[in-house]
Design a protein around this ligand. Structure first.
Ligand SMILES: [Zn+2]
Length: 272
């Protein structure tokens, strides 16, 4: 089920639930609040926080760049980078366990601890990689440090001020592409030990997928196509998918057959 399908399904299911609740004279919000007050509160605050971050980012972008499409740019980056982060975590954690198998020599952190840790680390890397693309293609008129701060605020919120996060981000931004890629795979192996057993090509594809998401958010299809061609150099089978043929998908969209823009294990293994 693609992201679009899933959200359509959710909208439909929620619509039916709402109709049923209205008919029965039930206030749905109060109903759920009553069922799981704590979970409800955390989810509500999280949703509000994310929405606020996106609004702030859109406004700051318009002011700084003297444009009026900040909301579209911030939204597109969010959709693209959210999907890449979640899929990468899926590949290096659950897919490794499921397909390669558990390694009894590893003493993994519990998944409850490792997931938020790993996802923060993935986002820190994505901010730096996106900034590298922005510099290379001059997507914004200001110095890169502004963009790094801006995207870090959008992706990480308050967490960007944590010493460890700020330090790592600084290191990534000043590193070369290769240094950044290698440093990130080490950091991820610390947060998710299973990731050491994921196909190496994954770490070649990720930075280019981040660059594609960035290019698409800034309307640069040529730059995105160039990065996709480089990905095909690492994983020649990309174009063989009978569903998507390896074409560029919009930010937030995913091919259910091959996994494009973060290919599934059997596709990744064809590169080795
Ligand atoms: Zn596909």
């Amino acid at each position: 089920m693609g992201r679009g399908d899933r959200s359509n399904w959710c909208t439909a299911a929620f619509g039916r639930l709402k109709a049923w609740a209205v008919e029965g004279g039930l206030d749905l919000v109060r109903f759920f609040e009553g069922l799981w007050p704590e979970v409800f509160e955390v989810a509500r605050m999280e949703m509000e926080g994310l929405a606020r971050r996106r609004e702030d980012a859109a406004e700051r972008f318009n002011e700084q760049e003297r444009r009026d499409d900040g909301r579209r740019v911030a939204g597109s980056l969010t959709d693209g980078l959210d999907l890449l982060r979640d899929l990468l975590y899926e590949r290096v954690q659950r897919d490794v366990e499921k397909i390669v198998g558990r390694d009894s020599m590893l003493a993994p952190l519990s998944e409850k601890k490792s997931e938020p840790l790993a996802k923060t680390e993935i986002d820190v890397f994505q901010v730096a990689e996106s900034a590298a693309a922005v510099v290379e293609h001059a997507y914004v008129g200001v110095d890169v440090q502004w963009y790094v701060e801006w995207l870090a605020a959008l992706r990480l919120g308050e967490r960007r001020s944590e010493a460890k996060v700020a330090e790592r981000l600084g290191q990534y931004v000043s590193a070369t592409d290769d240094q950044r890629r290698l440093a990130f795979s080490d950091v991820l192996a610390w947060a998710v030990p299973e990731s050491r057993r994921a196909p190496l090509v994954l770490f070649r594809l990720l930075p280019l997928s981040v660059r594609i998401a960035t290019a698409l958010a800034f309307g640069d299809r040529g730059g995105a196509a160039e990065a996709r061609a480089r990905q095909a150099g690492f994983l020649p089978g990309i174009g063989d998918c009978e569903r998507c043929r390896g074409v560029l998908l919009e930010n937030g969209e995913q091919c259910v057959v091959c996994g494009n823009p973060m290919w599934k294990f059997d596709w990744l293994e064809s590169a080795d």
